[in-house]
Write a protein that binds this ligand. Structure first.
Ligand code: AFP
Length: 340
């Protein structure tokens, strides 16, 4: 069978479905820089950029050297495409307008987490880059601000991730299903290896950081207790548990093999509704899930319908197989008093 490269696939999308040529430029730029990030990740200690950078990001988290370098690479790459008016990164306090002041309106905004799963960097476990493309709401060439990014996930035009694991794979949607491309390390070309991915309906695996169990809300405790009871409980079957500590890897596993991923809100800090970021992690991954036939909620409502209040907003996340996400969401709504 003839291999279909990312370029061929994008050309076909332009030809057959009218995919915007500027969006193709942007996706091509993201693919190209992900190849370079992949090489750095692969070099590890030999590349001389492992370890701590000695600074913290806006969320107060330690930045790893590779976080900082890959962020700089992403910023440069997206602006080099010439179609991005501003970008927002999990690693930056505020959005960054395109440097060129040439009076040209650029059609897109892009949000990204340049290196998700940083705690895995130094131990050679899968990490990834997540991205989400939005329309630039400005009709002129003026510089977008943080407020321009505050659009619900339903308005994304493209979203996906690149996983740096045993293989490097780029997985994304432009609103017509989810496709997986694997990087051929010999040619540097991304090849379509899994078209129109669907989340298996029946789940056998769940992913949640159980060390936080004592802080969870009651519906989450109930749902997990039932999974743990296995064949002896109401679910009548055994489940297995996985936790990679990188959302990219958990989502990738669910797209390939099914299951549910959860990062619930907890009772420690009421001002912090979850750990994950809406714009950089939850929105793009939720859209992928829905495009693959799965579901994504914050326990109560669809994540893609949430209107962000701030750029670095956090949110509780339940995503994966439809039935599982619907069940845990129903437990939350029951607890709230039966509102559906
Ligand atoms: P970073 O984006 O800071 O690398 O954090 C990764 C992450 O946000 C997400 O990818 C993981 O699911 C989650 O944190 C893991 O968190 P804990 O294992 O610390 O609970």
């Amino acid at each position: 069978m003839q291999e279909l490269t990312l370029k061929d696939w994008l050309d076909a999308q332009m030809r057959d479905f009218g995919l915007d040529a500027d969006l193709v430029k942007l996706l091509t730029g993201v693919a190209a820089v992900s190849r370079d990030i992949s090489r750095l990740v692969e070099a590890g200690a030999l590349g001389g950029i492992l370890g701590l950078h000695g600074t913290q990001n806006v969320q107060g988290e330690e930045q790893k050297e590779l976080d900082v370098v890959s962020n700089e690479m992403m910023v440069k790459a997206v602006f080099d495409t010439g179609v991005v008016a501003a970008c927002a990164s999990e690693e930056l306090d505020h959005s960054l307008p395109a440097p060129a002041a040439d009076g040209v309106r650029r059609p897109y905004l892009i949000c990204f987490d340049p290196l998700d799963g940083s705690s895995n960097i130094d131990i050679n476990v899968s990490i990834g880059t997540i991205f989400s493309v939005l329309v630039n709401p400005r009709s002129d060439a003026s510089a977008p601000t943080d407020e321009d990014f505050l659009q619900p996930g339903d308005r994304q035009l493209a979203a996906g991730y690149v996983i740096y694991g045993p293989q490097t794979q780029m997985v994304f949607t432009v609103g017509r299903g989810v496709n997986m491309f694997t990087l051929n390390p010999r040619t540097g070309e991304y090849i379509l290896t899994n078209a129109n991915v669907k989340v298996p309906e029946s789940a056998k695996e769940f992913a949640i950081n159980c060390s936080n169990m004592r802080h969870w809300e009651q519906p989450v405790k109930r749902y997990i207790a039932e999974l743990l009871e296995g064949t002896t409980g109401v679910r009548g079957k055994d489940f297995n548990m996985r936790w990679v500590a990188a959302m990219v890897a958990e989502v990738h596993r669910i797209l390939c093999r099914g299951g549910i991923f959860m990062y619930p809100r907890d009772n420690r800090d009421p001002s912090r509704p979850g750990k994950l970021r809406l714009m950089y992690e939850a929105n793009p991954m939720s859209w992928l899930m829905e495009q693959a036939g799965g579901r994504a909620t914050n326990g109560r409502t669809r994540i893609l319908g949430l209107v962000p209040e701030k750029l670095h907003q956090r949110v509780a996340v339940f995503l994966g197989a439809r039935e599982e996400v619907e069940r845990v969401t129903a437990y939350h709504l029951e607890e709230d008093g039966g509102r559906c």
